[in-house]
Design a protein around this ligand. Structure first.
Ligand SMILES: *Cc1c(COP(=O)(O)O)cnc(C)c1O
Length: 910
């Protein structure tokens, strides 16, 4: 795979966005250079160059450590090409395979082994390390550059055979380096601060300094006496999962009053035993490692239990003793049957009314995801969404809803009786997909309701963040401006795909919980009242709607009731089994609706929830808290790599391309001027500013690959990749497919994808060469049809008058539930074949056609008709052009199912 060189990219986004992968690359490059040198194909200076480049960052990692690095440098400087190559290879492999975490031999070189007499009393890496999870602790201490080795040794000496984990120390001497380490080193699980460390790094790190400044972490701007707390605060902002310890020889009372002190897990006096620190660090990690439900399930599985409850499969006896289904047992293994149970006793707890380890596991998940409460849901986010609707929306309440959201929201409203006020996302017609809902449309809908005196009925704003195709909202701004119009609005953010984003400091502020936390802080800040009042003064009395539309509204912090809900399909972005989902709550008024939530759980949750699903939610949380940061960085790195390889490849880029952020997000929503991750000249600062300010930005892990330009429609291309190349992907549009990277992808997946695309392109080129003029013309026509002959996307038309009512007035929102149930009366319904002249007749002369049900074509997957909606010409045109096979809610031979206009009013809720 062609690999672009690193040097000029220093300031490029991917450099920091995704450091872990880049580090392995750098080591590989050093090894390659050293190998070439050993074969006389390169020289010492080149190797030294690679070594220096890489050396700038290595102090932020425990492995390979100062000694091995010094040895490597000696070998390079001493002209020992072969020995240098051998050591570079070993280190590079150890980093790539992570073997150093378990293998003490990785930490030694021949020189070092000869130097030190084996001393069995020294508890070095070598003893008892295997099989214990490994992490690193950042130690920020004055003079770390000089004292580093002794600090490392000091901490190593604390190891005891009974320690459950093993860790190494990464000593750094300054605020600046500490932040760099927190960003660059994903293996960190704990941070210890010794008071008295320096502001700035003594080494010259211009790139890091730029980066820190642009991300708002400027060491120079922090006052001296605050340095320790300021550092704790910044590290917590970057990686909230890290435990922070403070070793102080001064009085703790000094910091006790500062709210930032809450970020510190424990303050220890330097005079206390260091052993105490060691125990705290291990305990802190155990606290995240513990999975209360899963741990107990494993214990339960091992107990001899006779079952007399209704679950024959439990204990596996019905399977393993059978002549006919034994293969199922052999396939899944015994444990899954031992762990199956319908009991809620024996410590297994009840998902419907958790009081024991499920409750505890949910509380731990709440901590990890930054919520106040979490509900585990074992029927997918489809159910989580319906639970939120049922618990919070009463019949007649208005819900502002993206028409293109997942079907669970539409059906949730049918069940709850809430009335959808559909708002359209911006269309991306050329790719047959929708973007996200512009804030101006949301504000307009709210201001219209206000003007009509009906704002009190607006209960909830319900949006998908990020969308299937990767549009991320400015969650904070959306909520603030909406709350400025109605301070008690509830927000439901469907983050089905986006649960992982919590573990990226760049994406986190744009998650529902990240934004809610920021707003919560803002509300508590006295300056916010001033900001609000200043804006009120400026707006004057009774500002016009136009003025409110163009102003970035500030809510009244004294009136805001912050009520934020997030649902995520844990199984879509983390290591949970399919259907494992979480419902996150940060609602200041949760106490008032808690009982309704329990009813919603009772309504929707199975009384036989699957134990393995619950366990996997518990375990997914553990994983993200301990390695999520690195895994997510890796997923982003892989995505940027795919983007780079495809769009930069001389052959592949002739037929395929991954759409850049500029093509996915129209310029009017990119105020900060960000173009794309890989645009030359776009640097880290642009990316940070865009993430901070733009109305929408793009999740780099979601890649829209245009395949129409290669002559394939999305469905056809998806099938070909699956059938011929064993590459699976999810979503398609008329001329594109969606690739996504996640925490399980590796570099070899990228290589495989690129190889396959290249093979396909070579095939196309061969065909074109063979087909001559005619072949080329056919190909061009096919591409043109796929790329240009695209149907207009029909916006939501409106509900039929029979289903729009409020105080005798026509409304935008509709009583979809009544429409839905009208369709249950056969005599009130009619069918019209899609292509019949009667359809055109009705469009022209009426009476209006009213959809009796949801019609959802896949792709694109949004309901082009909902119950009660008036069917317009745009809808019919789109349906007739649609060349997909799967259309839910539409039977081609019968035709469109409609509610007879004369019956429409019969079943309306009065
Ligand atoms: C997949 C998805 C859901 C439903 O989640 P499941 O876990 O599959 O039930 C809801 N909303 C969105 C945006 C989704 O992509």
């Amino acid at each position: 795979m062609p690999k672009s060189k690193n040097e000029p990219q220093d300031r490029r986004v991917d450099h920091f966005f995704s450091f872990p992968g880049a580090r392995a690359d750098r080591w590989r490059a050093l090894h390659a250079a050293a190998r070439d040198w050993a074969r006389n194909r390169s020289d010492q200076a080149a190797v030294r160059g690679e070594f220096d480049e890489l050396g700038r960052y290595e102090e932020f990692f425990a492995y390979p450590g100062r000694k091995l690095l010094a040895t490597l440098r000696q070998r390079i400087d001493g002209g020992q090409a072969g020995a240098a190559a051998a050591l570079a290879r070993r280190i590079s492999e150890a980093i790539l395979t992570r073997s150093y975490k378990a293998d003490p031999d990785d930490w030694d070189s021949a020189e070092m082994a000869a130097e030190t007499q084996p001393d069995l009393n020294t508890p070095t890496m070598a003893r008892g390390q295997r099989n214990r999870p490994y992490f690193e602790m950042l130690l920020v201490a004055p003079g770390a550059a000089k004292r580093g080795d002794s600090l490392i040794e000091q901490i190593r000496r604390l190891r005891r055979p009974e320690d459950v984990f093993i860790y190494e120390t990464v000593p750094v001497g300054s605020f600046e380096e500490a932040i760099c380490a927190a960003i660059l080193n994903p293996t960190l699980a704990a941070v210890t601060l010794y008071e008295g460390f320096a502001h700035e790094s003594s080494a010259d790190v211009p790139v890091l300094r730029d980066f820190l400044a642009s991300a708002g972490f400027d060491a120079a701007s922090v006052a001296d006496d605050d340095l320790t707390l300021a550092l704790a605060d910044v590290i917590h902002r970057i990686r909230p999962e890290l435990d922070i310890y403070l070793l102080s020889d001064r009085h703790v009372e000094r910091i006790a009053g500062d709210p930032r002190a809450a970020k510190i897990r424990r303050v220890l006096y330097s005079v206390e035993e260091l052993l105490e620190l060691h125990l705290c660090v291990l305990e802190g990690v155990s606290d995240r490692f513990r999975t209360p439900f899963f741990d107990n399930l494993k214990k339960y599985a091992m107990r001899p239990i006779s079952t007399f409850h209704a679950l024959p499969i439990a204990r596996g006896k019905s399977v393993f003793k059978s002549d006919w289904i034994r293969d199922m047992g052999e396939f899944y293994g015994l444990n899954i049957f031992l762990a199956e149970s319908s009991a809620t006793t024996g410590g297994l707890d009840s998902l419907l009314e958790p009081t024991g380890n499920i409750k505890e596991a949910q509380e731990m998940a709440a901590r990890a995801f930054g919520a106040d409460h979490v509900f585990f849901v074992t029927n997918g986010t489809s159910t989580s969404n319906k639970m939120v609707h049922q618990a919070l929306v009463a019949p007649g309440d208005i819900v502002l809803l993206d028409r293109n959201c997942h079907k669970s929201h539409h059906y949730g409203l049918v069940l709850a009786g809430g009335q959808p006020l559909y708002i359209d996302a911006f269309p991306m017609t050329e790719y047959s997909m929708y973007g996200a809902v512009p804030l101006s449309s949301i504000k307009k809908a709210l201001l219209d309701l206000k003007a009509e005196g009906r704002l009190d009925r607006a209960k909830m704003v319900d949006l998908t963040n990020c969308t299937f195709d990767g549009h991320i909202y400015n969650t904070r701004r959306v909520m603030e401006e909406c709350l400025a119009i109605k301070p008690d609005l509830v927000f439901l953010w469907d983050e089905a795909w986006f649960g992982f984003a919590r573990w990226s400091p760049f994406l986190r502020p744009r998650t529902a919980m990240g934004a809610a936390e920021a707003i919560e802080k803002w509300i508590a800040d006295p300056a916010s009242v001033e900001a609000y009042e200043a804006q009120q003064k400026q707006l004057g009395k009774n500002p016009s709607a136009a003025k409110l539309m163009e102003t970035r509204l500030v809510p009244d912090p004294r009136k805001v009731r912050l009520r934020v809900y997030q649902t995520n399909s844990t199984h879509k972005s983390m290591s949970a089994l399919r259907q494992g989902s979480m419902l996150l709550v940060k609602d200041i008024d949760f106490g008032e609706v808690e009982a309704q939530f329990h009813e919603a759980v009772f309504t929707h949750a199975s009384t036989s929830p699957n134990q393995q699903l619950i366990a996997s939610l518990d375990v997914a949380r553990r994983q993200m808290e301990l390695e999520g940061y690195g895994l997510v960085a890796n997923a982003i790195e892989i995505a940027l790599d795919i983007r780079k390889e495809i769009n930069g490849h001389p052959v592949i880029s002739k037929y395929f391309r991954v759409l850049g952020a500029d093509e996915m997000v129209p310029a009017e929503y990119r105020h900060a001027g960000f173009v794309d991750f890989l645009t030359p000249g776009v640097d880290w600062e642009d990316q940070v500013r865009s993430m901070h300010e733009d109305e929408f930005c793009l999740d780099p892990t979601r890649m829209t690959l245009v395949c129409g330009t290669a002559g394939f429609d999305g469905t056809q291309f998806k099938k070909m990749l699956a059938d011929d190349y064993d590459i699976q992907l999810n979503k398609t549009s008329r001329n594109s497919v969606l690739l996504q990277s996640n925490i399980n992808n590796t570099r070899s997946d990228v290589a495989n994808l690129i190889r396959v695309l290249l093979e396909i392109c070579n095939g196309i080129e061969k065909d074109l060469a063979r087909g001559g003029e005619n072949g080329r013309a056919t190909f061009a026509a096919r591409v043109k049809s796929l790329m240009e002959d695209v149907p207009d996307l029909p916006n939501f038309s409106h509900f039929h008058d029979a289903f729009r009512w409020d105080a005798g007035k026509k409304t935008v929102e509709g009583d979809m539930r009544s429409a839905f149930y009208s369709a249950y009366y056969a005599e009130g319904c009619e069918y019209l074949p899609l292509d019949s002249p009667e359809v055109d007749q009705r469009l022209k002369k009426g009476p209006e056609m009213i959809s009796a049900n949801f019609v959802i074509p896949y792709p694109p997957g949004f309901p082009i008709m909902v119950p009660g909606q008036v069917v317009t010409k745009e809808t019919i045109d789109f349906m007739r052009k649609l060349d997909v096979k799967e259309i839910h809610g539409f039977e081609r031979d019968k035709g469109l199912k409609l509610i007879r206009p004369d019956h429409a009013k019969d079943h309306v809720r009065k």
